[in-house]
Design a binder for this molecule. Sequence first.
Ligand code: ARG
Ligand code: ZN
Length: 870
Amino acid sequence: QAIYLKDYQVPAYLVDATTLRFELADDQTRVRSTLTMRRNPDAPSAPAPLELHGHESLELCRLAIDGQDLAATDYQREGELLSIAEVPASFVLECTTRIHPQTNTALEGLYLSGGMYCTQCEAEGFRRITFYMDRPDVMSVFTTTVEADKARFPVLLSNGNPVDSGEQGGRHWVTWEDPFPKPAYLFALVAGDLQHIERPYKTASGREVALRIFAEPKDLDKLDHAMDSLVNAMRWDEDVYGREYDLDIYMIVAVDFFNMGAMENKGLNIFNTSCVLASPQTTTDAAYQRVEGVVAHEYFHNWSGNRVTCRDWFQLSLKEGFTVFRDAEFSADINSRTVKRIEDVTLLRTAQFAEDAGPMAHPVRPASYIEISNFYTLTVYEKGAEVVRMLHTLLGPELFRQGSDLYFERHDGQAVTTDDFVCAMEAVSGRDLTQFRRWYSQAGTPTLRVTDDYDAATQRYRLHVEQLLPQTPDKLEKLPLHIPLSVGLLDERGADTELDGGATTVVLELTEQRQSFAFEGIKARPVPSLLRGFSAPVRLQYAYSRDALVFLMRHDSDGFNRWDAGQQLAVEIMQGLMADYRQGRALQLDQALVDAYAAVLDDETLDPAMVAKVLSLPSEAYLSELSECIDVDAIHAARNFVRAELARALEPALLRRYEALAPRCDYAPSADQVAQRSLRNLCLSYLMALEAPAHLVRARAQYDGCDNMTERQAALSLIAHSGFEVDAAAVLEDFYQRYENETLVVNQWLAVQACDPKPGALARIQALMEHAAFDLRNPNKVRSLISTFCAMNAVNFHDASGAGYAFLADRIIEMNRLNPQVASRLLTPLTRWRKYDEARQALMQAQLRRIQGSGELSRDVYEVVSKSLN
Ligand code: ARG
Ligand code: ZN
């Protein structure tokens, strides 16, 4: 039941206009559609049957062509397809369906979120609303009328502009018109008791736009940050890409029940509340930045996604990779560029590299899928963004901008492919990107093995680079990639060497499997700074000594590499300690790390956010990803040991900075303050590793005395995870009492408990599932409690008894019926079974098999389970 890219065919029919009428009425909801259709002149000439998509759950009430009702024998319904053997060359198709939003727990199509109607149609949710050619290359103008009870649903929204409305006998209706042709996946509808904030915006060319953000009345005071972010994003896209908004209204609606982060429906974005609501008292700095990034991401889709969309779902990265690159650059421009890069690379190197090494590995442009929802992945999004970034690096900013202008100009109003994007970049640069295209079709993370030599007599320094391409489940032969490798050479004082034409960083272009690069006139053996700014999504191997890493940490002019040198040093040291732990040897911390950390901690000239990043030890997840065979206990023990030893050695300095960084003014999510809080909280977390009552008092004072969620939540989790059990229980209780009515904060409360590494976590999670705060139907709650436990609490989840695995399998079996997309995502930790010891492998596989045999599986769960066991 797999679908293949190679089988793509243009649609046999086109839909010129789509008119929809929604009658929202509890279990009597009806959708009437009128489609103006015609044969596609670009399709092969023999008339093909008309094939419409429609989910099994659709009740077909009426189907008519040119006003003539069809009898049940005039069409065939099989699985998700309804086909009509013969239709005229052009015709009007009318269709009425009855649907059941009130029992829709899959949260695809039309559903209820806390009493309000909303939709999620990407990728294939529209077929749960009505029969349609539900494929992104079928684009149509939509006119939508929404009719509902006026008292319960005073606000009725859809894409575009409102053009008509009326009311009768307690019911009212509004008609919306969207002039831009769009695929069905960008359709949206909202009906509810909502309020909104509004701000006027004038585009560069003078169009007046009303920006509106809707939420439940209780959340109206948490929308300003999203609005500021939207305005900044609109301005940035005008300045940096020359892109303007194109409708009179731009709406965002916040909903509590949502499978993903947010959705870019034309003119009517629908957002998970977690990605739009923000207030100092309820939202951490990290969440503020996420809101800013996601608001920008969805806005940027208006061009990269909506005006120019995807031909088919294999091209998903065309819009997602490009849009993630765009939102990352936006965030880099308005916050700290280096910190943003560190965060993105951290995500890529832990989660995306793991995905690329697992059974679901796929290229940025997959060649086949069973369920497209399973391909909204880190590979399509984050690696896809890295591929666009590499084009930016290879072409330089000016040519890249010309390429993007050409791409938008050539393809405005079209549904195109990743290849069309690359073609535009080729056209403006005159470069041949044939080999570069392999990044789209080859799965797996390349490794660059780098060695060097230096000849003092000729003053020549050479780098030798080999690219190793891993085997992946598709078993395809891998060919060498075109890889931009950014490098600099540090002299003995730590200064950059001037290379070609005075530049201190050069981009080496790797195209062969093995290649050497020579640098002339190098006075002494340099220390190479490799892969500056993480110029390609690869694993880098170069045998740095610990001294060289310390040297780079101190001197590298590339901020990203300065941070990365510290990470490599810490990784190496922890890997040594993991081996000692397994052998039962006494652990001892290398003084080099203490000295390096002390120097960074004392450097008041550095941005505190960078200090916090440099002093943050690599996560357990990253250490796991780097392991051949993951030893969760050794990783946990080694990392905790290093943390406690650093805290012991640096206690006075940590305390000094903690005190010095105490807040002096009211909370603002400004870059300065965010930086200071991040370092202050990091200091506190080291201090708490000492398990000393004095520091507990300090943490509790921060918890009680602060005026914002960033400080309170940091203190909460440190106390809750500490060995001071009475205080832990007290602070958790206090937190719940304070925020009982703030859903998103309660979700954080669940997450803090889910990642508590103390023994007995599973029993606590099971108890929390019975708590009033938990709801299996709400994906945010499932992620906070269950995903957090499985992904962020390795020692408990991977308990040797296998109880964690059995618990997760039970949840997946339940969720498979309720919400297949969420169920499928929950599977991720089990898909990694090959990375564990034999006993755990057997336990994990047994649970996968139990899921496999548990009854009727959704396509989502079936695909991941069967590929994982294969
Ligand atoms: N296109 C959306 C975004 O990246 C995400 C799609 C949501 N998909 C879903 N199946 N819920 O912004
Ligand atoms: Zn997106």
